[in-house]
Design a protein around this ligand. Sequence first.
Ligand code: FAD
Length: 331
Amino acid sequence: MLSARTVLTRTARLSNARLNSTLVVAEHDETKLAPITLNAITAAGKLGNDVSVLVTGANAQKVAEQVAKVNGVKRVLVAQDDKLKNNLPERVAPVVLASQKQFNFSAITAGSSAFGRGLIPRVAAKLDVSSISDITQVHSADSFTRTLYAGNAVKKVKSSAAVKLLTFRGTAFEPAKEGGSGAVEKAPSADIATDTSEFLGQELSKSERPDLATAKIVVSGGRGLKSGDNFKLIYELADKLGAGVGASRAAVDAGYVPNDMQVGQTGKIVAPELYIAIGISGAIQHLAGMKDSKTIVAINKDPDAPIFQVADIGLKADLFKAVPELTAALK
Ligand code: FAD
């Protein structure tokens, strides 16, 4: 039989556990939330706890209000401070740690982007636990599937850490939709050191085309295009389809296109509804960045090109003939 004291202790533990919540650290540009945070909120919801979101920045309040409307978000913590402008991981980490101290989250998470990958391991080190990156499936609160070698291998892992530090691969989870009404409150104050890192600037490429990482259709070109000028065939087709434009690393290395267009292991990971690979052989490092696309179309003159093994629709043809024909047919 349980003594009254034991029952009381258990009740206290249970209510403490119920207060536990998963924290998602939001990524944004001071005006709008990055789409990957919506994927991370969906993934965080699968851990079985309430979802809280921390929004840090010099203009965090506006983004916090957007986050509060996301389905499944119970609480939004806002840390608005000029020191947090551009959300340098060195400066966001103390805010996450202060929030952890106050709320005792059972998991601290973010999207697997440069932001999440810079922040989460840093927080993990401070909490003396390991972080798990690039999660593609959540099986339970402590068991996950993650990708290794940029998606060419998967591994199921179990974590016994008291607090799980996780990053989620955006393309593996649906974005959370609108429909929530989370409470917005101030994040606990933190000591943010400003002498260890400084934001010097960033160069963002501007494009009228949809963002490669989130476009529903992506048209990518490879070394088969033979020159940067010939990439206009890819742009014309993409513009007809309202698509984002990607490239293989060989095309980037040859200087045909800038490197922010690279898809693959060392480039962007995409999973659009439709991926059209043109003059791309289908090296494993390229496949790592696009093989989760819903429908893959390949145009290649070599019938043995490995891209045809993953393609749903393959066209063995000379791209210089087939692509203009395809673009014209879409008129
Ligand atoms: P190629 O392999 O040269 O293929 C060109 C294709 O075009 C061929 O299949 C050919 O049949 C076809 N072709 C040629 N002419 C025509 C025509 N007229 N009509 C139709 N088809 C034609 N690669 C990436 O893409 N992304 C990465 O992130 C990446 N990361 C890497 C990381 C590491 C560590 C390493 C070692 C490699 C990485 N690579 C990456 C490089 C990768 O191994 C390949 O070299 C690269 O993907 C090849 O690019 P490609 O398919 O455009 O070129």
